[in-house]
Design a protein around this ligand. Structure first.
Ligand code: ZN
Length: 319
């Protein structure tokens, strides 16, 4: 049986460093990426959650940089695992924060974002996610999609990639690396297959399929997944994703139409994932790590809402 790869704080993927946030104490689940800039200093893609800021600092140092040299933080979307520490980083360093225009107001004032996360995570909220500081207004740089933004001398193409979230963007760097956030799903190290990332409240599979087409058209050389790391067969990975999302969404729909309640739907999703991991010969640790990134409860909430909102005609039972 193969072993888990080891997880350094920072790993060099051909000029791009993957920094491990060790979120929840688990390696290889939530990444932040460091890209050196021609004009000096570096950019980060994603910030990680507020709770792992010290691990990101240590990762930056392990890559040979000082956090003071941070110029830009490009977040793919505003979920806490991707943007939680953006405000703290901007405040500490004066770095700008690049985000889709629909997400920008929530980074300027995270009150509502944090309140809705607190409703989901309850008591565990603070330990899991840590504080989320507002990004100062003059540090925010809004993008829309199809913009070309100059990041320290690099022309970065912004692709609007809704589906996981309406304001999700992916960033194509000049070396052909596409930072996909969650728009290419979740594929952790040592995992034999992609785990769909289907959370509430904005999941939209049709929009996601258009986003996949947009990403494939852009012809990336490789993908960098926030969860977690490099995918070299970019087009194949993207081509398979819509089918993976559909398979999981249909599984939840089948349960809904069989009248299952939420706990039963969660068991159904977990059992689908377990069967897939087992068939793929995954190590036991993959299950634990997948669960830490996106669990069955989140998936059921996201997918059930999607069906009710977008395709009520597919629901056979009332309610
Ligand atoms: Zn995520």
């Amino acid at each position: 049986m193969t072993a888990f790869p080891d997880f350094p704080r920072a790993r060099d993927f051909g000029g791009t460093w993957a920094i491990d946030t060790f979120h929840n104490g688990l390696p290889g689940t939530v990444g932040v990426f460091l890209v050196p800039l021609p004009t000096g200093g570096f950019a980060l893609v994603e910030s990680g959650p507020g709770s792992t800021l010290e691990n990101v600092r240590a990762g930056v140092e392990a890559a040979g940089y000082d956090v003071e040299q941070l110029r830009s933080v490009l977040v793919t979307h505003i979920h806490l695992d991707h943007a939680g520490a953006a405000g703290a980083l901007a405040r500490a360093t004066g770095a700008e924060v690049v985000v889709h225009a629909l997400g920008a107001p929530h980074l300027a004032d995270p009150t509502r974002l944090v309140a809705s996360a607190r409703r989901i995570y309850g008591e565990a909220m603070d330990e899991l996610w840590g504080p989320m500081a507002p990004v100062p207004g003059d540090r925010l740089r809004s993008v829309e999609g199809d913009d070309l933004v100059d990041v320290g001398g690099l022309q970065v193409r912004v692709l609007h990639t809704p589906g996981h979230a309406a304001h999700h963007v992916s960033y194509l760097f000049p070396d052909g690396t596409l930072f996909t956030g969650d728009s290419a799903g979740i594929r952790l190290p040592a995992s034999p297959l992609t785990r769909p990332a289907l959370p509430p409240p904005e999941l939209a599979l049709e929009a996601w399929e258009d986003s996949v087409a947009r990403m494939r058209d852009a012809g990336p050389e490789r993908l960098m997944l926030t969860h977690f790391g490099e995918v070299r067969e970019a087009d194949r990975h993207l081509a398979e994703l819509p089918e993976r999302n559909r398979l999981w969404a249909e599984e939840v729909l089948a349960g809904m139409n069989a009248g299952e309640d939420e706990p039963a739907l969660m068991r159904r999703v977990q059992s689908l994932e377990d069967r897939e991991l087992q068939a793929g010969g995954a190590l036991a640790g993959v299950r634990v790590r997948n669960k830490a990134v996106s669990d069955a409860a989140m998936t059921v909430m996201g997918v059930a809402r999607y069906w009710r909102k977008h395709h009520p005609d597919r629901l056979e039972t009332a309610g």
